[in-house]
Design a protein around this ligand. Structure first.
Ligand SMILES: Cc1cc2nc3c(=O)[nH]c(=O)nc-3n(C[C@H](O)[C@H](O)[C@H](O)COP(=O)(O)O)c2cc1C
Length: 459
């Protein structure tokens, strides 16, 4: 029997996902603002035949409220400045040919017409490689940049997100394939019967349409989602092509995978319409001891008070610095920012009997994602196990700093996955949908469902 193949995504959290990663002697700390480094990394994962690269985003300096209050711990934290990711995707599209390009845009502080237009444009510019990571916004610092004191309630954010998605998808379907005739002889530019007005009137939006961008090469750009709360799972099961997630234990990941794919059936979708991709942070060594040494080297750069800051957005407003570091994680009030992430951190601390210091250092190391410390064979075998046990369809590779750990992963782990027959050696398509093996969703006006190459053959 042919083995299932896994998908790989680069998850780019600049200048490195480890809170102190930028201080590593080999790190390039300007990776957050240097386009050449973004381009280097994107070309690197394309050469390794990854499906996609993903740029996370927040529309605020993370921790800016604390910084404004004079909290000087924040002055030592990286991951605060970055290039606006949809702008970045266009530039990256121009210097690459195959890699999928996914960026976050929040439904809480955007308007759907702008987002539909932006991602459809990127899909055209890139020849069918665009993806939108739909989020409801995690860090509360964003609110004050958009006229609010704090985020509106979690449930209401998801309610808006569901309607937002509906409007965006409807706008993407505005133009049927071939609706633009551009017939010089007759002088007719468009086939009026094949352009559709959305005329959406809902609780949050009134949008007439149509979109002023023609149907894009993928039919619709890929939609990724990364919420894991009850509301997040439900929206993802209904609408997402790709789900980014953060389970660290095999049993948890299997349960999440079965749960979300099971929900999809209720919306007339099949389990194969969704690709689930947990994050992993590789720490590679030629031996396990060397890998462990490298991990400890990074952790030594991280003071405890900084580690504690990595929990600020899920502490539910509790000031954790008031609690003894060697005591247990205190009871946390419910978070309005990231419910599922808060639950994951609490569960990890309780199950592994961790002190506040231990769970803070664990969370800061990979923002709660799974850390794999070991040889290339070990890491490849863990990924293969999760794939074969229906815990994942692929993985987001999240690096502590750039570019060394990603170069090592591409040089050492990718060939090992290829040798095991679970990862491609060459691209067989040109669009992100093709890499992921996903069909184009039905156009709501024509009810047709086709492969990407039938929608828009790429030369
Ligand atoms: C891999 C991954 C990437 C994420 N990227 C972002 C991001 O770029 N911006 C953001 O505001 N939230 C991001 N999130 C957070 C979620 O999208 C979501 O908004 C948050 O977890 C709250 O939803 P929940 O309570 O349903 O989990 C990410 C989460 C995960 C697991």
């Amino acid at each position: 029997m042919r083995k299932r193949m896994l998908s790989l995504g680069g998850f780019f959290s600049t200048p490195g996902n480890h809170l102190a990663g930028w201080r590593h002697p080999n790190a390039v700390p300007t990776a957050d603002m240097d386009f050449h480094m973004y381009a280097h990394i994107t070309k690197l994962v394309e050469a390794a035949k990854f499906d996609t690269i993903f740029f996370q985003d927040t529309a605020a300096v993370s921790g800016s409220r604390a910084l404004a209050r004079g909290d000087m711990t924040r002055a030592r934290i990286s991951r605060i400045v970055k290039l606006e990711p949809t702008t970045l995707l266009c530039a990256l599209a121009a210097v690459t040919s195959h890699i999928g390009l996914i960026a976050t845009a929040t439904t809480t502080y955007n308007e759907p017409y702008n987002i539909a237009r932006r991602f459809a444009s990127i899909d055209h510019v890139s020849g069918g490689r665009a993806g939108w990571n739909l989020v409801t916004s995690q860090i509360e610092d964003e609110a004050q940049n958009f006229g609010y004191e704090e985020h509106v309630d979690h449930a209401r954010r998801y309610e808006r997100a569901a309607e937002f998605y509906d409007v965006v998808a409807g706008l993407w379907d505005s133009w049927e394939d071939g609706a633009l005739l551009r017939d010089k002889t007759s002088g007719v530019y468009m086939d009026r019967d094949r352009v559709h007005f959305l005329n959406h009137v809902g609780k949050h939006f009134r949008v007439r349409g149509p979109l002023n961008v023609a149907r894009s090469p993928q039919g619709r750009p890929i939609v990724a989602q990364a919420g894991s709360s009850e509301a997040g799972r439900e929206l993802a099961a209904k609408t997402a092509d790709v789900i980014f997630t953060a389970q660290t234990q095999l049993h948890e990941a299997r349960a999440f995978y079965a749960d979300v794919k099971g929900r999809a059936a209720r919306y007339g979708r099949s389990a194969d319409d969704i690709r689930i991709m947990p994050g992993i942070t590789p720490v590679l060594g030629r031996t396990e001891a060397e890998a462990r040494e490298r991990y400890e080297e990074l952790q030594a750069l991280l003071p405890d008070d900084l580690a504690l800051q990595s929990m600020a957005h899920i502490s539910g407003g509790l000031d954790l610095s008031k609690f003894p570091l060697d005591g247990p994680l205190p009871e946390l009030p419910p978070s309005n920012a990231a419910k599922a992430r808060q639950e994951l951190v609490i569960r990890t601390a309780r199950e592994q009997n961790m002190t506040l210091r231990q769970i803070a250092r664990h969370t800061a190391a990979a923002m709660g994602h799974r850390v794999l410390v070991g040889t290339a064979e070990y890491i490849a075998s863990e990924l293969e196990t999760w794939l074969s046990q229906d815990a994942a369809d692929g993985f987001n590779v999240i690096c502590n700093y750039y570019p060394g750990p990603l170069e090592d992963f591409c040089r050492l782990v990718v060939p090992e996955l290829q040798r095991r027959g679970v990862f491609r050696c060459e691209y067989s398509g040109r669009t992100l949908r093709e890499h992921l093996g996903l069909l184009v969703p039905e156009n709501r006006y024509t009810m047709q469902r086709r492969t990407t190459s039938e929608v828009s053959p790429v030369p």
